[in-house]
Design a protein around this ligand. Structure first.
Ligand code: PEP
Ligand code: MN
Length: 349
């Protein structure tokens, strides 16, 4: 049973739940203007009792979704996720998060961030902890990489999106990052999902490459069940029999998720295809099917990149793509977001 509270705070909701006999397993989460509670195994008597409370707007006793707080039934309006420096993802405008796959050097990160910003990115991506398929590949710079991200963020006014790969480093990453990314290989690491939920930081949750849409939304539910509704979903391709692309980018999942959930959903055409020349067409297609934005790999020297260089756009390709996106979105009645200005910083776009 979902109980939608109106004009009340999280603490009063917890008190109301306890006072009116909700099971101890009940969870609650602020989503937009309301606090929503999910009460597992609630009976008709409990539903009737909550319906009479003046703080309760609505009670949903049965709905079609396998997930609860993540569902449209919990919150019909699109959720806006605040990612830092006045920028946000969701609720209409199209947002770009761009940067290198991995943080390599201070210079590489700073120059890539400038290019990202010039093209209109509202956040900088870059992994300091990299989940690599083989232990012999570059594993990321770790803590020094996080420090570089924080420094370049302060210089450019771009919030940082970076991956957290295990529960042991959640607090460290949360200290430096604006948005915590959960990668495809950790998409069903339930203790990690709960741990990032507890930080209260926005979370960018990649779809597991072997996950159904329902499993992906249930993974998001782990974050919301901790009281954190600031989740951006990211489609990044699933494993199929097809070998001509690195993964199969499931763009049909975008309108499916939009119908089922209030959370924003973006697309990563870089990891989804694995090839630079496929990024542009799939990025435009993602905008056309209604995604809320893109997560993109860009690099000043893709051939020399320590990670995923083959799928990274160079500066010219990136700038061309952003103007094509802007035109396409305009024709669809939508707009490409521009980064918010930080006093005295930035290129004045
Ligand atoms: C990434 O975005 O850096 C990444 C590792 O992506 P994924 O988890 O989708 O493979
Ligand atoms: Mn990568």
């Amino acid at each position: 049973m979902l109980v939608i509270f109106n004009k009340t705070d999280d603490r009063s909701v917890r008190e109301l739940l306890a006072r009116h006999g909700a099971p101890r397993s009940a969870v609650s989460c602020r989503i937009g203007a309301r606090v929503i509670a999910y009460l597992p195994q609630a009976d008709a008597g409990l539903a009737a009792r909550f319906k009479t409370l003046r703080q309760v707007e609505r009670v949903v006793t049965a709905h079609g979704s396998e997930f609860q707080l993540t569902s449209r039934e919990a919150s019909p309006e699109d959720t806006l996720v605040e990612i830092g420096f006045g920028n946000s993802i969701g609720a209409g405008d199209f947002g770009l998060i761009a940067g290198p796959c991995a943080v390599e050097t201070r210079e590489q990160l700073a120059s890539t961030a400038e290019i990202a910003r010039a093209g209109g990115a509202t956040a900088l991506r870059g992994g300091a902890y990299k989940p690599r398929t083989t232990p012999y590949a570059f594993q990321g710079l770790g803590l020094p990489g996080l420090r570089m991200l924080a420094e370049v963020s302060a210089e450019t006014g771009l919030p940082v999106v970076t991956e957290v790969v295990d529960t042991a480093t959640v607090d460290t990453v949360a200290e430096y990052a604006d948005v915590l990314q959960i990668g495809t290989r950790n998409a069903q690491n339930f203790s990690l999902l709960a741990a990032v939920g507890q930080t209260g930081r926005p979370v960018l949750l990649k779809r597991g490459f072997g996950c159904t849409v329902s499993e992906w939304l249930s993974a998001a539910e782990y974050v919301l069940a901790q009281g954190n509704s600031q989740v951006i979903l990211c489609e990044r391709g699933i494993r199929t029999f097809e070998g001509s692309t690195r993964f199969t980018l499931d763009l049909s999942a975008i309108p499916v998720v939009k119908q089922l959930s209030h959370l924003p959903v973006i697309v990563d055409p870089s990891h989804g295809t694995g090839h630079r020349h496929l990024v542009r067409p799939l990025a435009l297609a993602a905008a056309a099917v209604g995604a809320d934005g893109l997560l993109l790999d860009i690099h000043t020297d893709g051939e020399q990149a320590l990670c995923d260089g083959k799928q990274a756009l160079d500066a010219a390709e990136w700038m061309e793509l952003t103007s094509a996106l802007s035109a396409l979105l305009g024709s669809l009645g939508r707009t490409l977001q521009r980064p918010q200005e930080l006093a005295g910083i930035g290129s004045g776009l």
